[in-house]
Design a protein around this ligand. Structure first.
Ligand SMILES: [Zn+2]
Length: 602
């Protein structure tokens, strides 16, 4: 009988492997005091702020109070959430986190008047306020960003009607999520050890990577059989959701749902169009990678269920946590002493919660807020993937650290569009470093494939999703019905175009649209692709460029949200409205594909 490895209890984890949350609040009592302070402030604020537009001073004071309140609230929330995540079974911190979440919602409702009240100030008057009050100059970018949406904001009564129906507008996404996560009747199937396993989203994710072909084929067929039975319902939920986006965009005077979604984040539509165009131009590279996969797997026919099984076996590299810490320093050394000194501070001052324990949140993330240091949650295992996770989360944490230390609170957070660029650039620096260190062909093949698989899943696959999403919205806008048949027909064609002639177009894959939660995110997925490409280009500039390139990159990390995302990335050295940064990324892909082809077929 083999011994079952049990996870340690939270209290048995060595202190040096836990994060130090006493730097946020020394005691839970201190947290309680801030919680009560937020409650009081949130009650007072609406009354104090009714004269927001009366004078520059009123506006200035109002903004200060509004952001001070959010700053305290964020700290209250972050402490409760980190405490809760370290052991989800702990009822004390379950309660604290629930109270903080409820407070967040209450304050949001109480302060909903705030931005409309600013927009009620006529534009000329607002500009005059900014010019005459020195404290308001800090808020200039915030106020200008808000003001830019003026043309898309309806009168108060109309906005109130729409806001009141916001839950109803989300109805079809709620239906999809319930169906997808809970109600779909997935069967019991055989896993790799020939054991009966209840198929679920998580189990599918594991089995589709199986090295046993019969197992992954069966998982694929059984999963899509279920989606196929519900295809008409799933087409209806998706179609309704798309129509909702189109309706919202139309009533808010946008030309399209895409213009509305991207406009809300200050991203021009050319960013989206350039991505789709360049990815299509470079699809032959994906076709080559797919053909290589077919060759290495040695199959007569390559099917869509062969797309996720590892090509290069198990990695020959293992890392203990102390070794991984050293490798992160080595890989990021190219960014200079200041950067690595922040990484060292993270190690020395216990920013990282390292090992798994009973009840701990799975996966990994970087968290924290403006008045705390960044924190990293890990579930450490001694392998290369975990080294990548550490370097990735460290990328987020150092980005937060730099932005918090160089920007006022109002710009201390960065936009989603730029967030993954800092973490993925670090992953690329690690890839580059490892390829310089490792000479063993098997190890090199593993690292190269790790990169190429990430590129395939992020740039190619997410752009495929982005194209499909745009097709949905434009068809619906033309009044075309989105039926299960029309969606599947388009998806099958799109999938064949992306993966190319080496793969058999299995009929099941035509239904993939029906199970992707991201199609309910409203023009979100393209950012994964643009971010990964920008990171590839930036890491290339950091490694092969000069001191100015490296300084430009560090300036981006320090920018927070003080400018719009495109301007920030232009400053870092990538113009995401132009094709060049994508061309560069595809060049790197091709160079690495060339080497992998050589390594695996020689
Ligand atoms: Zn990330």
């Amino acid at each position: 009988m083999s011994a079952i490895k049990t996870l340690p209890k939270r209290e048995d984890v060595p202190t040096e492997l836990t994060w130090d949350l006493t730097t946020i609040y020394p005691t839970d009592d201190a947290w309680e005091q801030d919680y009560q302070a937020v409650v009081t402030l949130a009650d007072q604020l609406p009354a104090i702020q009714k004269d927001l537009g009366a004078s520059a001073r009123d506006l200035s004071n109002g903004l200060d109070q509004y952001f001070d309140l959010y700053r305290k609230l964020e700290k209250v929330y972050v402490y409760s959430s980190l405490k809760h995540n370290q052991d989800n079974n702990n009822t004390t911190y379950q309660a604290l986190n629930q109270r903080a979440s409820a407070l967040l919602a209450q304050v949001g409702a109480k302060l909903a008047f705030f931005e409309p009240a600013i927009l009620a100030i006529p534009e000329a008057q607002l500009n005059q306020f900014i010019n005459e009050n020195s404290n308001l100059k800090v808020y200039r970018h915030y106020l200008e960003t808000l003001t830019a949406t003026r043309a898309h904001i309806l009168d108060e009564a109309s906005e109130k009607l729409l806001a009141g129906a916001s839950d109803i507008f989300e109805g079809s996404a709620d239906t999809f999520n319930i169906l997808n996560d809970v109600d779909l009747p997935f069967p019991v199937i055989k896993d790799e050890r020939d054991q009966d396993t209840q198929l679920s989203q998580g189990v599918y994710g594991r089995l589709i990577e199986s090295t046993d072909r019969a197992v992954r084929q069966n998982a694929f067929k059984q999963l899509y059989k279920v989606y196929g039975q519900f295809r008409n319902t799933l087409a209806a939920t998706l179609s309704n959701y798309v129509k909702m986006h189109n309706y919202q965009a139309q009533v808010h005077h946008y030309d399209s749902a895409r213009a509305a979604a991207l406009g809300a984040n200050q991203i021009p539509e050319t960013v989206y169009e350039t991505l789709v165009k360049l990815v299509n131009k470079n699809l032959p590279l994906l076709h080559r990678y797919v053909a290589l996969r077919k060759k290495i797997l040695g199959v007569d026919e390559l099917h869509m269920y062969d797309m996720y099984t590892p090509l290069t076996g198990k990695p020959s590299l293992t890392y203990t946590y102390p070794e991984a810490k050293a490798e992160v320093l080595n890989a990021t050394a190219v960014l200079g002493h200041e950067y690595t000194s922040i990484v060292e501070e993270a190690y020395a001052n216990r920013w990282i919660d390292v090992v798994e324990n009973q009840g701990k949140t799975s996966g990994a993330y970087s968290g924290g807020m403006y008045d705390t240091n960044p924190f990293i949650l890990l579930n450490w295992q001694d392998n290369l993937n975990n080294l990548y996770t550490l370097v990735h989360e460290m990328g987020h944490s150092v980005h937060s650290y730099y932005s918090h230390h160089n920007q006022p609170y109002v710009y201390g957070d960065y936009a989603i569009f730029v967030a993954e660029i800092a973490s993925t650039t670090n992953e690329n620096l690690l890839t580059d470093y490892l390829l310089k260190q490792q000479t063993d062909p098997k190890t090199r093949a593993y690292i190269l494939n790790y990169y190429l698989d990430g590129f395939k899943g992020t740039i190619f696959r997410q752009t495929q999703f982005a194209e499909f999403e745009h097709f949905l919205h434009t068809e619906a806008a033309k009044g075309q019905p989105l039926t299960a048949q029309s969606l599947s027909d388009y998806y099958a064609e799109l999938n064949q175009r992306y993966y190319g002639p080496a793969v058999v177009n299995d009929p099941e894959i035509a239904l993939e649209w029906s199970r992707i939660p991201h199609f309910y995110y409203n023009y979100y997925v393209y950012q994964y692709a643009t971010g990964f490409a920008a990171a590839t280009t930036l890491s290339d500039k950091i490694v092969n460029g000069n001191a100015t390139d490296r300084q430009a990159y560090l300036n981006y990390l320090k920018s927070g949200s003080s400018k719009d995302p495109i301007t920030i990335m232009q400053g870092a050295g990538v113009d995401m409205t132009q094709p060049a940064y994508l061309e560069k990324a595809f060049q790197v892909f091709e160079t690495r594909l060339n080497e992998l082809e050589k390594l695996l077929t020689d």
